[in-house]
Design a protein around this ligand. Structure first.
Ligand code: ADP
Ligand code: MG
Length: 375
């Protein structure tokens, strides 16, 4: 695909004004682009950085058309926008990412089917939308398994770990709300992710392999380079996915490693990802820089250089007091605060990145600082 080459001064429209939109906008502005953001929340993180703002719901088609008319290119910062509306917009405006990735990946069921078609290794799963299918899932997958809603989940929301039959009432309630997929529960030894940007003429730029730790299903920290021998295998899996789905811009594939050292694709985020935030300070190009380069039709860097080993820690609402007490004594912390108005204990309010020559020492120092806040 040949992308429209846009020069500085052109306008980028972003659907979604959260932290991902904010960091995209900051990269875009560095390169001289103007940014218009559409978000239902006037007080969203992007309010601080956008040149202009359309205050509307994501499914307000008039507002989306206004964004289209006023922008030279449109991108999005999250996957839960309406696929049919995006499909309609793609016919009228320059939206290089298209609608296909959104359509396939916002539904966990079609996402998993797509991954199967791409021949990637995934965790055994079944669709569960009725009592019969629940019984079938118990017989096939056995306890424990995870029930995940097909649509709208993030940070572990819309998921239940069904350990035994005492969890069945809760499981039935979730299924009554929404169709689900049941997934075998793995004893994980590691979680990994690989961030990639696809640009003009299907050029592919890989970021280094990322090692992630989740706590309460929310990303707690990312270590790069990952302490893993799975980088090439992960790249091979990503290449299979690229051959299956049309992608432009930055996206991330999440992986699981089990006790037998098998690598599984967990899910795909068709947008910049929390586990790629370290790249802002630790790489010569960030995941947001390459995203903006891709959607504006620029040639991408072939390789991304990691300047130093690095650790990224998420700052949830409950962690923010760390900054009040420690920040002034930690000059090596690169702190990002997104500017969200409501501070909730498990809400992502910011993150910090630390470049280090001694990962183990820095990691244990950071964990010590954060523990006590994460229970
Ligand atoms: P989300 O969209 O909320 O990120 P994920 O499917 O990635 O949903 O699940 C969030 C986290 O829950 C994962 O990163 C992992 O830590 C844990 N998890 C999810 N599925 C499984 C599984 N099948 N086995 C073990 N742990 C899992
Ligand atoms: Mg995930």
């Amino acid at each position: 695909m040949k992308l429209t080459n846009l020069h500085f001064g052109a306008t980028i429209g972003i659907i979604g004004g959260g932290q991902l939109g904010k960091m995209m906008a900051q990269s875009a502005q560095k390169m001289g682009y103007k940014v218009i953001v559409l978000d239902p929340d006037k007080a969203c993180p992007c309010q601080y950085v956008a040149h202009d703002f359309i205050n509307a719901n994501y499914n307000d088609i008039d507002a989306l058309n206004e964004l289209g008319r006023r922008s030279d290119v449109i991108t999005y910062e999250f996957e839960n926008i309406s696929a049919p509306q995006l499909k309609e917009l793609v016919t009228k405006y320059n939206i290089p990412q298209g609608y296909e990735a959104i359509e396939l990946l916002q539904d966990r069921l079609t996402e998993k089917q797509t991954l199967q078609q791409a021949n990637t290794q995934i965790v055994p799963f079944l669709r569960v939308s009725s009592e019969d299918e629940l019984v079938h899932a118990i017989e096939t997958l056995d306890y424990p398994f995870i029930l995940k809603t097909r649509f709208g989940g993030y940070d572990g929301k819309g998921q239940i770990l069904v350990k035994d039959n005492t969890f069945l009432d809760e499981a039935r309630q979730l299924i009554a709300q929404q169709e689900c997929v049941a997934e075998q529960y793995l004893q994980l030894t590691q979680e990994l992710s690989l961030t990639v940007t696809i640009g003009n003429n299907q050029s592919v730029t890989f970021f280094p392999l990322q090692e992630n730790e989740h706590r309460q299903q929310i990303l707690f920290k990312t270590v790069v380079p990952a302490r893993s021998d799975k980088e090439q295998e992960a790249r091979n899996e990503v290449n299979k996915i690229i051959n299956q789905i049309h992608f432009i811009g930055t996206f991330t594939v999440e992986f699981f490693v089990d006790q037998q050292n098998n690598l599984y694709v967990n899910e795909i985020a068709p947008r910049p990802h929390n586990s790629g935030h370290y790249s802002i300070e630790a790489c010569d190009f960030s995941q947001f820089d390459t995203h903006i380069l891709a959607i504006t039709g620029q040639v991408l860097p072939t390789d991304i250089t990691l300047l130093k080993p690095t650790i990224m820690m998420n700052l949830l609402g409950k962690d923010l007091d760390l900054l009040e007490t420690k920040f002034s004594t930690m000059p090596e912390w690169h702190v990002h605060i997104y500017g969200k108005v409501d501070r909730k204990p498990n809400r992502k309010m910011g993150h910090l990145t630390v470049l280090t020559n001694n990962i183990e020492e820095t990691e244990s120092m950071l964990i010590k600082q954060f523990e006590g806040r994460n229970n």
